[in-house]
Ligand binder design. Structure first.
Ligand SMILES: [Zn+2]
Ligand SMILES: [Zn+2]
Length: 246
């Protein structure tokens, strides 16, 4: 659906997902709304460039490997912190999108310079390492939502790991297998699970991430033995710690 935008700020593509309903086909649940100012139609080449950019956002959101989630980690630090995370996330995502487009020859000239300048403004704490960190997003063939989030939350920690850590879409730091299925929110793992991981990998930190299989493995390992007949995967009785299990 294409609709009218009154200002440049209102322009863009947005994905709407309806909740599952009986009688609604899976494909009909999703719709894309594109907002444009009418005068954009007068400059076809520029319009094409921004449509490609906007629609690649949508394509990422629909890509199971990207594993998009419509929320960011709920920061206890308040709305300002949330806004900061959101704008950092946007900068990272835009860098990754324009990097892919420019390798296809579909982005305007000078886009790298522009995105790098934006990246510098968003991550002043990276100092001299800023361009190397930028390249991890601009130069990446694929990225995942969780990687963008992890970097937005802890840019310095993630940049430090760039040399020895995992590459985007790369391998799990625990099992070393390459994977696209990273645990989406490793910092939310129960503390017993994180401790269990650290007992095997003292250097590990939630920001480094891990694959889902490893996360499941450590969840299982850190669980006290369940009474016979308990449904596997029940979390609530012991998610707060091991003390009650005796
Ligand atoms: Zn964008
Ligand atoms: Zn793993």
């Amino acid at each position: 659906m294409v609709t009218y935008a009154a200002s440049a700020r209102q322009e863009g593509a947005e994905l709407f997902v309806r909740p599952p309903e009986e009688g609604t086909r899976e494909a009909d649940r999703r719709s894309v709304v594109l907002r444009l100012r009418p005068e954009r139609l007068l400059a076809a080449p520029q319009l094409l460039e921004s449509l490609r950019h906007e629609l690649l956002h949508i394509a990422d959101m629909l890509d199971p490997c990207f594993a998009y989630e419509p929320w960011l980690p709920s920061a206890d630090a308040g709305p300002a912190h949330r806004e900061l995370l959101k704008s950092r996330y946007r900068v990272l995502w835009d860098a990754s999108i324009d990097g892919r487009l420019s390798r296809l020859g579909w982005a305007p000239a000078g886009v790298r310079v522009e995105r790098l300048a934006e990246f510098r403004r968003a991550f002043p704490m990276l100092g001299e390492g800023v361009e190397e960190a930028f390249e991890r997003f601009f130069g990446a063939p694929t990225l995942r939502h969780a990687e963008l989030v992890a970097f937005a939350v802890d840019p310095e920690g993630m940049a430090d790991r760039s040399s020895g850590g995992r590459l985007p879409g790369g391998s799990c730091p625990l099992c070393r297998f390459s994977t696209h299925a990273f645990e989406p929110e490793p910092h939310r793992l129960p503390s017993a699970v994180r401790e269990r991981i650290r007992s095997d990998f003292p250097e590990w930190d939630p920001a480094t991430g891990l694959c889902r299989q490893c996360a499941d493995l450590y969840r299982a390992r850190s669980a006290p033995t369940l009474p016979r007949g308990s449904p596997a995967g029940t979390r609530s009785p012991w998610s707060g710690g091991l003390s009650r299990a005796g």
